[in-house]
Design a protein around this ligand. Structure first.
Ligand code: PLP
Length: 387
């Protein structure tokens, strides 16, 4: 019998992270370094703003674009943080997380067969969302030897007359790589040369370390008109469950994205939007506190890995390390499975983030220092047993 599931959906794999965590669910007392979400609860003043909104009876739909108050808070926040000005009336769309923003942007732009470049290892949704939108995902590899930076030379090899979009994500999930202002300027010139639209996922932009400043490609002169900036409150404000993101870009593209959003989602939840206003307007101190704690943990886990002889780059942002486990003679999936079964610590096989993740595992340090210490002790035991 021919399948009743669409050929396109059959073509896309299930997320490697989900597969793995179905196994974790069946086990008890596992320390999870697997899931990419803050271990902090949303700061109290933000939760309180949502409770207050509910008390006032704010339970309705909002404008499809998002509440004017939130759009104006987003415009102010981005102008201050990233030095890029968006008009809240027609250049900002509030989405259900950055996840929806990625999907809308791709669906609004792609004609069948258009090619989309993106760097790998990368967030699990990029390839499948491009396929679902009818595009052709074109992977551009990044390498540990080059700090997982994205090279224009590699992009030049991959670009064709069918390329329409370049997707970038700095700081990067899963490698923690950031990008310098100079490299970003090179990417901008590449996009201008080949007339590409840039989709920039800056969900981790507040979480940069060692005093580094995050730069957005949207702020480079001449780039705003060809860039869709995707951001949201999930990571930096510990608000994954509120499902609020925002897409900012040229009015014609935002209008096209809004059309899809209007028919498929209608609007992001009003309680989440109310909470996001509070986060963006008054959450800076909470973000700094959490960021400082991530930096302390990052320094600890990287030093611990290096002490036990595991090659591990110092990530410059996000909350993941991506150590190289290749010398233990196992695939990254075998490594993660055996480590889970023998030591009850969950890490994600690097291949969940694309084929170029082979030889690596992703460990999130968005978990308490106590748990990280135990996890690192268990990792050391596990590696010693394989010497
Ligand atoms: N983009 C990247 C790079 C991510 O790592 C994630 C979540 O892990 C998302 C987007 C999803 O963000 P949101 O919760 O805003 O949908």
């Amino acid at each position: 019998m021919t399948s009743r599931i669409s050929a396109t959906v059959q073509q896309i794999p299930k997320s490697g992270i989900r597969d793995f965590f179905e196994i974790v669910q069946t086990m008890s007392d596992v320390i999870s370094l697997g899931i990419g979400e803050p271990d902090f609860v949303t700061p109290w003043h933000i939760r309180e703003a949502a409770i207050y909104a509910l008390e006032k009876g704010k339970t309705s739909y909002t404008s499809n674009l998002g509440t004017p108050r939130l759009r104006s808070a987003i415009a102010t926040y981005l102008a201050q943080r990233l030095q890029v000005d968006y008009n809240p009336t027609n250049e900002i769309l509030v989405t259900v997380g950055v996840s929806e923003g990625i999907d809308l942007a791709l669906r609004a732009l792609i004609n069948p067969g258009d090619e989309v470049l993106y760097h790998e290892p990368c967030y699990v949704s990029y390839g499948p969302t491009i396929t679902l939108a009818g595009g052709r995902p074109i992977v551009v590899p990044t390498r540990a030897e080059e700090n997982f930076s994205l090279n224009v030379a590699d992009l030049e090899k991959a670009v064709t007359s069918k390329t329409k979009i370049l997707m970038i994500n700095f700081p990067t999930n899963p490698t923690g790589a950031a990008i310098s202002a100079e490299k970003l300027a090179e990417l901008a010139r590449f996009c201008e040369k080949h007339n590409l639209i840039v989709l920039t996922d800056e969900i981790y932009s507040e979480l940069t370390y060692d005093g580094a400043t995050h730069h957005s490609i949207a702020a480079i002169p001449g780039m705003k008109n060809r860039t869709i900036l995707l951001h949201g409150v999930s990571k930096a404000f510990a608000m994954t469950g509120w499902r609020i993101g925002f897409a900012c870009g040229p009015a014609d593209i935002i209008e096209a994205m809004m059309k899809i959003h209007q028919y498929s989602i209608l609007c992001a939840p009003i309680m989440g939007q109310e909470a996001a206003v509070e986060a963006l307007e008054r959450g800076a101190l909470s973000v700094i506190k959490m960021r400082n704690e991530y930096e302390r943990r990052r320094n600890f886990v990287v030093a611990a890995c290096r002490d036990m002889g595991l090659p591990c780059l110092m990530p410059q942002g996000a909350f993941y390390i991506f150590p190289n486990i290749a010398k233990y003679g196992m695939t990254s999936k075998e490594f993660a499975l055996q480590f889970l079964q023998e030591k009850k610590v969950a890490v994600v096989p690097g291949t969940a983030f694309g084929a170029s993740g082979e030889g690596f595992v992703r460990c999130s340090y968005a978990t308490s220092m106590e748990k990280l210490k135990i996890a690192m002790e268990r990792l050391e035991e596990f590696l010693k047993e394989r010497k």
